[in-house]
Design a protein around this ligand. Structure first.
Ligand code: FES
Length: 162
């Protein structure tokens, strides 16, 4: 029996209800379905993504490679390594405005594209940048080398003691 026949034979009163039920069912399946797709794509894609191109976790050498007072940009990894005394930090140098690479100076960071400025900790002090520069987790590997993990943002000001 075709759908047309079905509609024709069903009672006028019950039809809107059953139709509503079907619609509700389809909607919930749609929501569930998109949830499953999201879950699935997260499970499938998170790991491979981390291995493409520049690795998100990388070694930068030992603390001795960064004497106190160091503020240098690692251009390839798009991160600045800062050392003040026995405290170290890894701060993103990707501008939070439109993604240009900011310059690293004694006074902080400056973006050449639209003039955003950041203080030494990456807080916005001027220009169109909407957010501070993120800090990344810095850890010491068993071999004594420092590792930056760009997948792990930490609270600004959470220095790593060396
Ligand atoms: S991209 Fe840095 S200010 Fe626009």
């Amino acid at each position: 029996m075709s759908e047309k026949d079905n509609a024709h034979h069903s009672e006028e009163v019950s039809e809107p209800i059953s139709r509503r039920k079907v619609l509700a069912w389809l909607t919930s399946m749609g929501i569930l379905g998109s949830g499953i797709v999201t879950l699935f794509s997260n499970l499938v894609f998170i790991k491979p993504r981390a291995t493409y191109g520049q690795p998100s976790r990388f070694s930068i050498g030992t603390p001795d490679d960064f004497p106190p007072g160091t503020r240098i940009a690692l251009g390839g990894q798009k991160v600045a390594i800062i050392r003040e005394g026995d405290k170290m930090a890894a701060i993103s140098i990707t501008c939070t405005h439109l993604g240009c690479i900011v310059g690293v100076a004694e006074t902080g960071f400056a973006c050449p594209c639209h003039g955003s400025r950041f203080d030494q900790d990456g807080n916005v002090t001027g220009g169109p940048a909407p957010k501070p520069l993120p800090w990344y987790e810095l850890t010491m590997a068993p071999n004594g080398e420092l590792e930056v993990d760009k997948n792990k943002q930490i609270t600004a000001g959470k220095w790593f003691k060396v």
